[in-house]
Design a protein around this ligand. Sequence first.
Ligand SMILES: [Zn+2]
Length: 68
Amino acid sequence: MASDPNKCLRCGAELSSMGVEKFRVGGTSGGWDLLLGQMAELGEGLLALEVLACQTCRKVEMRVPTNN
Ligand SMILES: [Zn+2]
C-alpha cells in the first residue's frame, strides 16, 4: 500500500537504496533544526540519512537509517 516505505510515493515502483550519506548540520545552516528538531543535534554535526532512488521516475527520497 501507500505506506510501504520501500515503494516510491509517486509511481509505486520499488525504491533502491543508494546507501547512507552523512550530511553536515549545525553551524550557519539552521534549516535542519527547523526541519528535524532535536534529531539534528544527535550527531557531532553530521546527520546520517539513507538515500533511496526510484528506478522508474528517478525520484530520490531520504529517510533516517534504521540502524547505524
Ligand atoms: Zn517512482
